[in-house]
Write a protein that binds this ligand. Sequence first.
Ligand code: MTE
Length: 327
Amino acid sequence: MTHLRVVKSWEISENEVTSETIYTNRRRFLKSLIGAGIGASLLPLTGCQKSSSSLALEQSFQLPKIPSLKTNPAFASVDGPIADEALAARYNNFYEFGGGKNIWLKAQNLPTDPWKVEVTGLVKNPQTYDLEQLKKQFPLEERIYRFRCVEAWSMVLPWVGFPMRALLEAVEPTAQAKFVRFTSFYDPEITRGPGLHFGFLPWPYQEGLRLEEMANELAFFALGIYGHDLPKQHGAPIRCVLPWKYGFKGAKSVVKIEFLEQQPATYWNTIDPNEYDFEANVNPTKPHPRWSQATEKFISKGPGLSWELKETLPYNGYGKYVASLYV
Ligand code: MTE
C-alpha cells in the first residue's frame, strides 16, 4: 500500500514524518529525564530556526567535491530513489545540538578543523589520525545505502567513505579485543542539546559494535555524502554508517575509536535498554515497545516533504551480507 503525502511549507516539522506518537513519546521521555526546565532551554533554538534561510541551508551542504570519486559497483543502487539533498540536510538527529529534527543551523557551530581521531585500546598499532591522513591512507568510494531510523522513517543516501575493515587491517586489534566503541565530539560550551544544559543524559554520545560486525563488508566510515565532504548536520567530518542497523548506531563526528574486551555502555542503550538494544538490527517483526517497526515512512523527494509507506525489510534489506553474523 502506498500513501503519498505532500507538505507545502519549506520548513519540515519533525512530526510530519516521525509519527505523532513516536515523536511525542521520545521527546516526552527526554523531558521526563531533564525536568521542567526544558521549555525555557529550547527557546533560543526555536528562535534560530525561524531566522534561517534556504540560502544558508544550501551553503551548509555546498562543500568541496571529493576528487576522482568512484561508486563501488556492489553498492551502486538500491530499490528506491536517493533522497533529495536539501531534504536530507534538514531532517536530522543530532541531540548534542537539540531535540528537534531541524537542527542543521545549530550544528554549524561544530568545529571540524582541525580534527583528530584517536584509535586506541586493544590494538597493535594505536594511531591518532588527522583527516588528511585518513583520506590518504584509506581510498574513498561512494556507496548508495538504505538508511532506516528507529523512529520508522527511512531514506536512501549516497555516502562517501571507506570500509571499517580497512581501519581494522591498519591498526590490528589484539586477540583480546571483542568490541569497539565510537565516541562523538563533546563540548558543552559549543553544543546546545537538552542534555548538555541539564547534564542528566549520558554524554558523550557513544556507540559500539562487536568486532565481527565492524569487520563486515557493509560497515562504513563516511567522510562525505552526495559526492562532497560531509555537512556538519550529518556528523562531519567522519561518522559511522551501518545500514543493516537502526540509524542511532551510526555515531556522528567521531573523535575516538577504542577496542575493548567487554561490551561498552552506549548512549541510547544506557537511557533505556528495553527500547534501544545494543544490537539494534532492523527487524520488522520486533516492535519497539511503543510502536511497530513493520513499516516505514520512506522519504525521497523535495522540495516539500513527501513520503511513501513501505514495508520494512529484515536487516533493512541487507540480510545476504549480515544474517550469518546472528545465527
Ligand atoms: N550521533 C550523535 N553524535 N548524536 C546523535 O544525536 N543521532 C543518531 C545517529 N548518530 C545521533 C548520532 C540517530 S538517532 C540517527 S537516526 C542518525 O544519527 C541520523 O543521521 P542523519 O541526521 O545524518 O540522518
